[in-house]
Design a protein around this ligand. Structure first.
Ligand SMILES: Nc1ncnc2c1ncn2[C@@H]1O[C@H](COP(=O)(O)OP(=O)(O)OP(=O)(O)O)[C@@H](O)[C@H]1O
Length: 608
């Protein structure tokens, strides 16, 4: 049955997630052209961004050198006033280009980030909902939620802010490096001296930060898991007046998150002052050595002023290197977790065979052994046949394996040994439409979605007409209470159906199953929460509803199943007897004993 799955909040990391950003690049080929467009727009923007500083240098050059200025020579204009006029025109054009390219780059990067975020979230959610039930049961929902929410958001932040920042820093180094190289090789070396120090320092810091961020990540998953579990269990918390205890528990988990974050922040914050020292060194060198070279006449005054500005432009953005690396690191880790999630294999994959229609509904279990994860078998060699159109009941003590058996029929799990067959076909070979599309299922814990009563009944058949929904509600003995509600079928059902009683929820779930008009109806304690009178009404409707279809019914209340064609009695994962109600009473075994207890002929401890 359930395969071993990640037991805790640790991320799923698979080989393909080792180079997560590269894997993303391969995965989202459709965004490549937008990415290239964004890179081009950013490049144009960065170049345009540098030009005004060159223009300042050129203006100084015009004022200092006059007729022999660089601008004068290039444009062939003699008048200094005209030269400055030309510089002003170029400046305006460059600013327009800079502003436009800034807009285009922003739109493209954001669009790219939002697009990848959306696609990844939907793809990851879709994959998660196809993963086996046992996978979901074996890990905290909070941790899956953290990946679908926080990790996807983190990746979006990296694509929106981090990736353009990395590109701009690299372009900055290239462009400014080019200007320095043309101006003075010596100054190039001096101004660029801090860069390797900053990059190496950043890498060292990142390595130190990595485990700290891992701790932050585990703490946040823990926090979101605790919060969602507590909100789901709020009634129990109140009933046991555990509010103070739970607040303290949430406070402790939140404190762990805070501590983990504080440690990470303390380390990352120490980085910026160190970078500033390196920048100061580079800037001072340019200022001093460039100034001396200008005084000696080795460097033009205009060029000197350009270089001083350029050093600022080159080095100050490097204070953000740590932040950008931080975003990169987080984005990479998030991508790795999302891809890890996407690569969790589906261990109960759909088959490809379609059943011949109409489905008759014969269900067989042959030599079925099953268990959970790597635990012991909970079903030990079950052989069972439910002919098409018959109603069969499964009864037995709590924990005897009744629900586990139903899970196999619905193929939530696969048996460790043996076969489950529908109309003679192994359910492993059937596509989901043939298998689950032929089944109407009412679980022990009924789930309602936030929506109207009609929406909930029509969940398995959204195209059903109003009349069909009403007929299904009638079949489940639910119409009376629905019509007594203020808006009838349009009454709003709160999240998880909290506005309904347990018995009302069960009847809506039954109506939902009936509306599908399934060949096989699978009911797991479907009427446990209704009173005797309602149960009798449901029984009458069910007898009509199951006349033409197979029904497999698990029930503790034996009166519910006494009219079944056959009753299977389970004990500790084995079928210990089977037959009709009357046959089993004559047999005087486990069923007869249970019956006597429930009808009051014998009390539970065995006294007659
Ligand atoms: N998801 C699960 N993971 C691990 N073990 C499970 C899981 N579900 C059930 N079990 C175990 O399998 C055994 C059979 O449980 P099952 O729910 O099938 O019994 P049941 O007869 O339906 O009980 P009840 O009448 O209380 O609903 C029990 O020992 C139970 O602890």
């Amino acid at each position: 049955m359930p395969q071993p799955a990640t037991p805790d909040a640790t991320p799923d990391v698979t080989p393909d997630a080792v180079q997560p950003l590269r894997a993303l690049w391969r995965r989202y080929g459709a965004y490549r052209s937008r990415f290239v467009g964004a890179v081009v727009a950013s490049t144009v923007n960065k170049v345009a961004d540098v030009v005004p500083e060159l223009l300042i240098g050129a203006a100084v050059d015009v004022v200092v050198r006059g007729d022999g200025s660089f601008v004068g020579a290039v444009l062939g204009v003699e008048s200094r006033y005209a030269q400055l006029g030309w510089l002003a025109v170029i400046n305006v054009v460059v600013w327009v280009v800079e502003s436009l390219s800034d807009y285009v780059a922003n739109v493209l990067w954001r669009g790219l980030a939002q697009g990848v975020e959306h696609d990844l979230r939907v793809e990851a959610y879709d994959h998660v909902q196809h993963l086996d039930l046992s996978w979901h049961e074996s890990r905290p929902a909070g941790s899956t939620l953290a990946t679908l929410n926080d990790d996807v958001n983190q990746l979006e932040r990296f694509l929106d802010i981090g990736a353009p920042a990395i590109l701009q820093t690299a372009l900055n180094v290239l462009i400014v490096g080019g200007v320095f190289a043309v101006a003075s090789g010596q100054l190039l070396v001096l101004a660029f001296l801090p860069i390797p120090l900053i990059v190496v320092g950043s890498l060292v810091f990142q390595r130190r930060l990595e485990p700290l961020y891992d701790r932050v990540r585990v703490a946040v998953a823990d926090l979101s898991g605790t919060l969602s579990a507590n909100l789901a269990g709020i009634a129990t918390i109140k009933a046991f007046t555990a509010e103070d205890r739970e607040r303290d528990r949430v406070a402790a988990v939140s404190q762990a998150y805070r501590t983990a974050n504080t440690d990470a922040i303390r380390t990352s914050a120490a980085f910026v002052p160190l970078v500033r020292m390196a920048i100061l060194a580079g800037f001072t060198c340019t200022l001093l050595f460039g100034g001396w070279a200008t005084l000696r006449g080795d460097l033009e005054v205009g060029l000197y002023s350009v270089l001083v500005f350029m050093t600022q432009r080159l080095l100050w953005p490097l204070t953000e290197v740590a932040e950008v690396l931080d975003l990169y690191q987080r984005g990479r880790a998030s991508a790795s977790r999302i891809l890890g999630l996407l690569e969790v294999p589906v261990t109960v994959p759909a088959g490809h065979t379609a059943l011949a229609r109409p489905v008759a509904g014969r269900v067989e279990l042959r030599g079925v052994r099953a268990g959970y994860a790597d635990g012991p078998d909970v079903l030990h060699g079950i052989d069972m046949v439910v002919p098409a159109g018959e109603t069969h009941a499964i009864v037995g003590a709590t924990g005897s394996g009744k629900s586990s058996l139903l899970r196999l029929v619905l193929r939530f799990d696969d048996p460790r040994q043996g076969h489950v067959l529908l109309d003679g076909q192994d359910v492993r070979d059937l596509d989901w439409d043939s298998l689950r599309g032929s089944m109407g299922y009412v679980a022990q814990d009924v789930f309602m979605f936030a929506g109207s009563v009609a929406d909930n009944i029509a969940y398995g058949r959204p195209d059903a007409t109003r009349e069909q929904v009403r007929a299904a509600a009638e079949g489940a003995a639910a119409l009376d209470f629905i019509e007594a509600m203020p808006q009838g079928l349009d009454t709003w059902v709160g999240e998880r159906g909290v506005t309904l009683s347990g018995g009302q929820r069960q009847r809506l779930a039954l109506a939902r199953a009936l509306l599908r008009d399934p060949a096989v109806l699978v009911l797991d304690e479907a009427t446990s929460a209704v009173d005797n009178e309602t149960e009798a009404a449901i029984q009458r409707s069910l007898r009509r509803a199951t006349a033409q279809r197979t029904a497999i019914v698990v029930a503790h209340r034996l009166s519910t199943v006494r009219h079944a064609h056959r009753i299977w009695v389970l004990d500790a994962g084995r079928v210990v007897e089977s037959g009709t109600h009357d046959e089993l009473l004559v047999h005087d075994g486990a069923y007869a004993a249970l019956w006597r207890v429930q009808t009051g002929e014998q009390d539970p401890v065995g006294r007659p």
